[in-house]
Design a protein around this ligand. Sequence first.
Ligand code: HEC
Ligand code: HEC
Length: 114
Amino acid sequence: MEPHSTQKKSRSCKDCHQDPKVIGLGFGKITFNQGKVDFEPLEAPFEGVNIRLSQIVDLHGNSKVKFNRANMRGFDKGEIERILRVGFCLSCHQGNDRIFKNWRNRQNCPKVPF
Ligand code: HEC
Ligand code: HEC
């Protein structure tokens, strides 16, 4: 067991860019459809409220929890969209691909419409 969150090896691109739990959406499945991102939670919500145990924000960046430190927050909508868009590219492009070296947010892929 490794009790500390620090270690020599860094997390992979996909660890952050493709994992809804890491992004704060909670356990579930991310899908892309015609350039639109969607999220399907795989946990049942708590009774009577639309929030799940592993969730801190929704896809719109609305915070679902209270944080215990000043200025601490979940990702906002723009951040979530940018992170997940990179995650989509990572399904085909390796993390060291040249497309990530000179990243422009709206560069389009000649192979997929997104
Ligand atoms: C520890 C988590 C983490 C890891 C590991 C990580 N990223 Fe990111 N990445 C982020 C966050 C957070 C942002 C900022 C999102 C924002 O605020 O726009 C980001 C932003 C980016 C952006 C800019 C997106 C944009 O549209 O502005 C690119 C490109 C990117 N990452 C590529 C990569 C690649 C390639 C790797 C692996 C070599 C990687 N990331 C590894 C968390 C991570
Ligand atoms: C379904 C697989 C797939 C996905 C997903 C994908 N690409 Fe691509 N992309 C390719 C292939 C295949 C090529 C052509 C081979 C190459 O240049 O690596 C390519 C080429 C490119 C090129 C031209 C490369 C160059 O250097 O001229 C860019 C830019 C690019 N993709 C951007 C993106 C971005 C940005 C995303 C995410 C929004 C993305 N791609 C998602 C498969 C994909």
